[in-house]
Design a protein around this ligand. Sequence first.
Ligand code: 5GP
Ligand code: MG
Length: 190
Amino acid sequence: MHLDIDRVLLSEAEIREGIDRVAAEVTAHFQGREFTVVSVLKGSCIFASDLIRRIPIPLELAFVAASSYRDGTESGELRVDFLPAGNEIEGRNLLLVDDILDTGRTISRLAQEMRSRGAAEVSSCVFLDKPSRRTVDCHANFKAFEVENLFVVGYGLDYAGRYRNLPYVGALKESVYTAASGEPEQTGTV
Ligand code: 5GP
Ligand code: MG
């Protein structure tokens, strides 16, 4: 285990099981229909690449990037950095894939953006869901795991850009963020 990790919340084996289950649900939902997986960068890149390899029906892959800026309050600005091309959205069934559904701002804003650009269906699939933190009325159609209200890293999720490459999900030692900027603000590229 990495020295900065206090405890492992989801092991590699548990992650594999959760992804098998959610991949089967997504497969059943889109059976017989064309769809595009839209991976929200950067955090979902690992989850999305493991997920799509367990979905045995035809799909396309696209990417979107968003950044959130918080000023110490709960009301942060969300900026959409880039979107798929218009013809990858219009009339298409989209599955937004993100690392974690926290306040809900990212997923709800991106879903709204896709709908306003003419997507036929927009659903969402998240690796982790933290329902206790929701500030926007929004839910994920598919989720691999629910987690308690803890700042987690690994398997794509970062703290200050680091730890995305850990193969498991863990809670950071408090000393890591007290030595840096204090509270783990969820700022920067999601
Ligand atoms: P939202 O609040 O918009 O639902 O989530 C926005 C982003 O905040 C997520 O995509 C993720 O990058 C970040 N985030 C929320 N909770 C956590 C967490 O526990 N750990 C990490 N590393 N990032 C988080
Ligand atoms: Mg992040």
